[in-house]
Design a binder for this molecule. Structure first.
Ligand code: HEM
Length: 246
């Protein structure tokens, strides 16, 4: 009982930090960078940070901890698998649209594509995420997927899932840094090294993202908060019982 109160408190912190990240990135884009548009311009670029933070960090992180919520444990696992897969698909679509906004903006104003370290790490993250989603669908949701495949996929899925969140956070942090260095370069009125208000705000957004990541990893690392799986013996007994009835 005490453990689930602590879990729900930690989960509320996770949701609260996630909302703050989205609010901060949206405010940064609208207050300091001119707001949003869908016209290939710099204002279209402003969707990029918002959609990446929302998709690859906030929705992704919340979808990752979904199975840890005790109220889901008594319900049918398939329902929660579908909710998990659906939220992950939403996260993936948001990040693909987020990538489109920046590629389209770069192509329109003749900026080369994929030259920065940020863009290399970012594109690899989204590619791994797409692969993870497809394998997850094939392994855990296709009724005909063989048991050996599910069994071998599970540890890889759990490991890769955590790595994608780390890579998503790294991409966001490097992206924030890169944008600040572009805007507040040495020839601007307020170079980054003078720590203008915008830089303080965006640095703080980076700290919020790190805090969100730490809370998600905190929830994932607690074995006590894992959905209880039926032990091997009871699965065997259930199978024997079913065979007898047949
Ligand atoms: C998971 C999160 C993110 C991923 C996967 C990602 C991915 C990418 C990719 C692939 C590009 C290259 C587009 C091209 O070459 O045309 C790019 C560009 C860019 N991104 Fe991100 N991004 C993420 C988050 C952010 C955030 C939060 C910011 C903050 C402002 C940001 C700022 C930039 C900037 C300034 C560029 C243009 C310069 C460049 O190509 O490096 N990104 N991003």
């Amino acid at each position: 009982m005490r453990s689930s109160v602590f879990l729900y408190a930690t989960y509320s912190l996770c949701v609260g930090l996630g909302l703050l990240c989205v609010l901060f990135v949206t405010y940064w884009s609208s207050h300091w960078n001119g707001g949003f548009a869908w016209d290939h311009s710099a204002l279209q670029f402003n969707w990029h940070p918002v959609l990446m933070v929302l998709g690859l960090v906030v929705v992704y992180g919340n979808a990752a901890v979904l199975y840890r919520l005790p109220f889901t444990w008594k319900q049918n696992k398939l329902t929660w698998k579908l909710v998990h897969a659906g939220l992950m698909l939403l996260a993936l679509l948001l990040s693909v649209v987020g990538l489109y906004t920046v590629f389209d903006n770069h192509t329109t104003i003749n900026i080369p594509n994929l030259y920065s370290l940020h863009s290399w790490v970012g594109i690899c993250t989204v590619a791994l995420f797409a692969l993870q989603w497809i394998l997850g669908l094939a392994g855990f949701l296709f009724p005909c997927s063989p048991l050996w495949f599910r069994g071998s996929l599970k540890p890889v899925h759990v490991w890769l899932g955590k790595m994608i969140l780390i890579l998503g956070l790294s991409s966001c942090i490097s992206g924030i840094n890169e944008k600040l260095l572009f805007t507040h370069n040495e020839s601007s009125a307020e170079p980054y090294s003078t720590l203008p208000v915008e830089a303080k705000f965006a640095n703080f957004l980076g700290i919020l993202l790190v805090a969100f990541g730490l809370v998600v990893f905190g929830i994932l690392s607690k074995n006590k908060w894992q959905r209880p799986e039926p032990d091997v013996e009871s699965v065997r007994l259930l199978q024997t019982d079913n065979n007898t009835r047949i």
